[in-house]
Design a protein around this ligand. Structure first.
Ligand SMILES: [Zn+2]
Length: 181
């Protein structure tokens, strides 16, 4: 997992010396849905502090007397499988197969292309489904809640400025270059 600073000029954002390797998800296999959030904890904690109250640097090149730095996580960009897990959403074979809209297999199924009928899900809905999942007291109850909504908990919901429904982006170019789609 790497973080790119969007305040830098575009041609400098993706140079190795300007990117922050924020974590590595260990293999050999992909972590299950419920284990992905754990990998995000450190990143989210970091962004929480940088968002409020911000981090004060006592001296920088441009600010010899120090400056307050505030950061926000704007987008999470990854492939489809990682996007589903990072957003706390079920896999694409689930009844609720989409993390962006409220389409379900039974209503406007996966082959339906009449996009006028698709209704985008909201961050509030993600919050509500996630809260319901967290309030479940047994594994069976959690599984049942997850089946009903297709949403479990994601650490990203702890960021007050982050909209899970809008800001987790599937990196289509990455998928095309690697021949995954
Ligand atoms: Zn959709």
């Amino acid at each position: 997992m790497s973080v790119v600073c969007l305040s830098l000029p575009a041609d400098l954002q993706y140079s190795l010396e300007n990117m922050f390797l924020v974590g590595v998800i260990l293999g050999p296999n992909e972590p299950p849905l419920t284990a992905v959030s754990h990998n995000l904890t450190l990143v989210v904690d970091l962004f929480l502090e940088f968002w409020d109250p911000g981090v004060y640097f006592s001296c920088t090149t441009d600010y010899p007397h120090g400056c307050l730095v505030e950061c926000a996580l704007i987008l999470v960009v990854c492939n489809l499988f990682a996007a589903r897990k990072l957003a706390g959403c079920a896999e694409t074979g689930h009844e609720y197969f989409c993390s962006v809209c409220n389409c379900a297999q039974k209503i406007h199924g996966i082959n339906t292309t009449n996009y006028h009928l698709w209704i985008c899900c909201t961050n509030t809905e993600c919050w509500a489904a996630s809260a319901k999942f967290l309030q479940s007291t047994t594994a069976a109850e959690q599984a049942s809640t997850f089946d009903q909504t297709g949403v479990c908990f994601t650490e990203l919901l702890c960021l007050p400025h982050f909209n899970v429904a809008r800001c987790v982006v599937v990196d289509s170019m990455h998928n095309l270059f690697l021949g995954l789609i």
